[in-house]
Design a binder for this molecule. Structure first.
Ligand code: ADP
Ligand code: MG
Length: 375
């Protein structure tokens, strides 16, 4: 990029932001900041209020209550075109009758930028997304991934202080998504623009973001770096939505949790103020021991293998505990893996330092990720 694109991302401040549609509260009094130049992702299930939040930042949706400012200036009453924001949607929204170059040039014409400067800016933006050779094509002569690159070039060509993206890779296949994720990350680093990115895909959120705000039911359940969320989920909802978790339901008694006839202990985070809890451990932090002899470990619990699945780089074993619940163990394929078979009796062990105790009464994910979906 040329030198006039020095880092210049804006801060965004949301205080008590509410959006109601009749009796539906789409966004319920959120407080959220995007730091200048940050890559902030809004992650959550469908209907949790991500798009509504993004559209309030953009100015496409009116704020019902609360304050929204960009670089410290209130923008609640500013129309979208005065907010200096670029936007990329899931569906490309390109003008079909214009060439690639004309599409990218469009926002510059709207801003009455001189012709000579326009062609340099268009060429720069197309180079950034690797499409300079396709400048004369029409959108329908491009693949989905190429069209989305044009949309991205069009959104950043006028060098906005903020770029908003709503599930921009949602319509693309997995390989292309992976490639474009890396490109978006590189473009973010090059531009220094503040990115606010919406996705329901937790892998994508972890790969891309400086910080992730986890949305649930119009509220922010937790905000933190990808590793904060992965290592220190503040609720069963986050533990199950961000990555996979094995959940041992039980009853808290002092600092121990009774699960079936066993007593487990966990030292991550703080103990909740409630009796009905779960000990929660990431599947890769659990060891599996075939056989009926109890291994010596701080935390050991018995189960039976239901199935095991190879992913090339890992093996996942699904185990049913005596109380009927299912937990997951993930072993890296680099290790020597003891053979396991369906119906084997096994013991599972894990360290107290790798486990948290979380309340069961908070929001939880109704359908945990099935064992066969991804690795
Ligand atoms: P997400 O992007 O996380 O899937 P949305 O922000 O689109 O969620 O929606 C949040 C909630 O607000 C949902 O319950 C949705 O049905 C509701 N909602 C969104 N837009 C409208 C609208 N224009 N009219 C009525 N309800 C809406
Ligand atoms: Mg949405």
């Amino acid at each position: 990029m040329s030198d006039d694109r020095a880092p210049h991302g804006a801060s965004i401040t949301m205080r008590g932001l509410v959006k109601r549609y009749g009796s539906v509260t789409a966004v319920d009094a959120i407080d959220l900041d995007a730091r200048p130049g940050e890559f902030l992702t809004l992650l959550g299930p469908s209907g949790s209020g991500k798009t509504t939040t993004l559209n309030m930042i953009a100015g496409f949706v009116d704020v019902t209550e609360g304050e929204l400012s960009i670089d410290g200036s209130p923008v609640t009453d500013l129309p979208p075109y005065k907010r200096d924001i670029g936007m990329v949607f899931q569906h490309y929204a390109l003008f079909p009758h214009m060439s690639v170059a004309q599409n990218v040039e469009y926002p510059l014409r709207q801003r009455s930028i001189a012709k000579a400067q326009r062609s340099t800016m268009v060429a720069d933006a197309l180079t950034m997304v690797g499409l300079e050779h396709l400048a004369r094509r029409k959108p329908k002569e491009l693949s989905g991934g190429q069209q989305q690159r044009v949309a991205l070039a069009r959104a950043v060509v006028y060098n906005p202080r903020v770029l908003l993206m709503d599930e921009p890779l949602g319509a693309l296949d997995k390989k292309l998504r992976d490639t474009l994720q890396l490109e978006i990350k590189r473009i973010h680093a090059d531009l220094g623009t503040t990115f606010v990115y919406v996705t329901h895909d937790q892998d994508e959120a972890l790969v891309l973001s400086d910080r992730v705000a986890v949305f649930n039911d119009g509220r922010i359940q937790q905000i933190g770096t990808p590793s904060d969320l992965y290592e220190h989920p503040n609720s069963l909802f986050v533990a199950q939505f961000v990555g996979e978790s094995s959940v041992f339901r039980g009853v808290l008694d002092g600092d121990r949790v009774h699960v079936g006839g066993r007593s487990l202990t966990a030292t991550r985070g703080t103990l909740p103020d409630t009796r009905d809890v779960a000990v929660v451990v990431r599947p890769e932090r659990i060891d599996i021991h075939p056989g009926v002899a109890e291994p010596s470990a701080a935390n050991a619990i018995r189960g039976r293998v239901i199935q095991h699945i190879y992913f090339g780089n890992a093996r996942k074993v699904e185990v049913r505990l005596d109380d009927g619940s299912m937990v997951l163990v993930r072993e890296s394929a680099g290790a020597t893996l003891a053979p396991v078979h369906a119906d084997d009796d096994v013991w599972l062990t894990f360290r107290a330092e790798d486990a948290s105790v979380l309340a069961l009464d908070g929001p939880s994910v109704p359908h945990p990720t099935p064992v066969t979906s991804t690795n």
